[in-house]
Design a binder for this molecule. Structure first.
Ligand code: ATP
Length: 417
């Protein structure tokens, strides 16, 4: 949105908007940097201060974000270990120098001129993700952001510069990634799960050696074999990535993708003497998914779905062999009667699990339709009518029997091919 206001300071479009414009991608939001103004002057011009950690303001008309040009000095470990200088004396080049990647450090002046002191345009054209300066090391979140941009721009074929990989290896060796807060990890992970290639976010972190620090339970899956007759891809980590890929192709939401990420964690703790079998990996996986989700302080609904998918995905794969009582137990455990969306998410994660295997990608899967028919049948029970006709003490038992009858009818009428 254009603004009628005129200012005594300079403003430049920066970051993602410039990068995405140069890649001909749609611009999601526009961030601006302000050069030659201080905090008080911004307020005088009607900007509203919104930054908690940094001097960021909202434009009075457009409500777009304007940040004072700033420099940061490392004072401690992790994301909050910075002191910030933003007193109106910091130049545009100095501000761009503290940014993470060269492709994110291009500015555009109001007359359309591009200011690109770190050769971000060359890197955009050559499809390279490269750190701007050695200051990259000072904030471990940048490693997650790099993996996120790798995944986001995956279709463009971006590679990570060798010197950036080297720098990240040093950060890992110095323990800098251990200071990532759970909240920051979840923010970046959930953004990646909402993107088109969440599997590539995980693959990139692994390639960088960061997965074992951020998600050790997932990293441990790589190198664990599975039975080739069910899993021609063999490797459990690879399978997890393939499941995420299939889920993304089915437009799964972030919660479902997180469940896909965690669905087989139990395979990493299978006793070696039974490999490549994974007896009871579901219950072990549910415990690990809960531990991981609690460590990262992941929202309750997201946690619950991941735990349920880990625990019950084998029920889905063997559905046509299950008895009515087990199918009822599954639907009640998923709380499907009250939360049909959870059933949809569960079904989608399990379809992705079936298809996320080498040569199984195009499989037609009927279990989801079957479960939904069971749910419709259960919903058809007229509980009020039952309440009128039976002894109140017997109601739970009568409802249970009625539910079993309904599911048995669906089983009888269902054709699995
Ligand atoms: P997105 O479309 O995901 O918002 P973006 O590049 O605009 O992508 P933002 O998180 O909005 O990402 O950040 C805006 C800009 O601020 C980035 O392009 C980058 O220049 C800079 N930036 C953000 N976070 C960091 C960080 N942790 N370290 C260095 N620079 C950062």
């Amino acid at each position: 949105m254009a603004s009628n206001l005129t200012f005594s300071f300079e403003t430049y479009l920066v970051g993602g908007a410039v990068r995405d414009q140069l890649l001909n991608l749609p611009i999601i939001d526009r961030d601006w940097v302000v050069v030659g103004a201080n905090y008080a002057q911004m307020l005088e011009h009607g900007f509203k201060s919104v930054g908690k950690d940094f001097p960021v303001f909202l434009h009075p008309d457009t409500h777009e974000e304007y940040a004072l040009a700033r420099q940061e000095r490392k004072t401690g470990k992790g994301y909050h270990g910075f002191s910030v200088i933003a007193d109106g004396t910091v130049s545009l080049e100095e501000d761009l120098s503290r940014r993470d990647l060269t492709i994110n450090a291009i500015a555009k002046a109001c007359d359309g001129r591009l200011i690109d002191p770190y050769n971000g345009i060359d890197d955009l054209n050559a499809r390279v993700l490269r750190h701007v300066s050695i200051a990259f090391k000072e904030d471990p979140v940048r490693v997650l952001r790099l993996a996120r941009f790798y995944a986001r721009l995956y279709d463009f074929g971006f590679k990570i510069a060798t010197e950036t990989k080297q720098l990240i290896s040093e950060m890992i060796a110095q323990g800098e990634l251990n200071y990532l807060s759970p909240e920051r990890i979840w923010i970046e992970l959930s953004k990646a799960l909402n993107g088109a290639h969440p599997d590539q976010f995980i693959a990139c972190l692994r390639e960088l050696g960061a997965l074992k620090i951020i998600l050790p339970e997932v990293d441990a899956l790589f190198g664990i074999p599975q039975r080739p007759e069910y899993h021609p891809e063999i490797d459990s980590g690879l399978h997890t990535l393939m499941v995420m890929r299939q889920a993304a192709l089915l437009n799964a939401d972030a919660d479902t993708l997180f469940a896909c990420l965690c669905h087989d964690l139990g395979k990493a703790t299978t006793p070696t003497h039974i490999l490549p079998k994974h007896t009871q990996h579901e219950s072990r996986g549910a415990v690990l998914a809960k531990k991981l989700a609690q460590r990262l302080k992941i929202p309750n609904d997201t946690q619950t779905l991941a735990i349920k998918v880990a625990k019950y995905h084998l029920y889905f794969h063997t559905l046509n062999q299950l008895r009515a009582v087990t199918i009822l137990k599954l639907l009640l455990s998923l709380d499907a009667l009250r939360r049909p969306l959870v059933l949809d998410q569960f079904i989608l994660a399990c379809i992705a699990d079936e298809r996320g295997r080498l040569c199984f990608e195009d499989r037609e899967i009927l279990q989801g339709e079957f479960l939904k028919e069971c749910l419709i049948a259960l919903k058809g029970i007229d509980a009020k009518q039952l309440l009128l006709t039976v002894d109140p003490a017997k109601i739970p038992e009568i409802i249970h029997l009625e539910r079993l009858k309904k599911i048995k009818n669906v089983i009888k009428d269902y054709t699995w091919s």
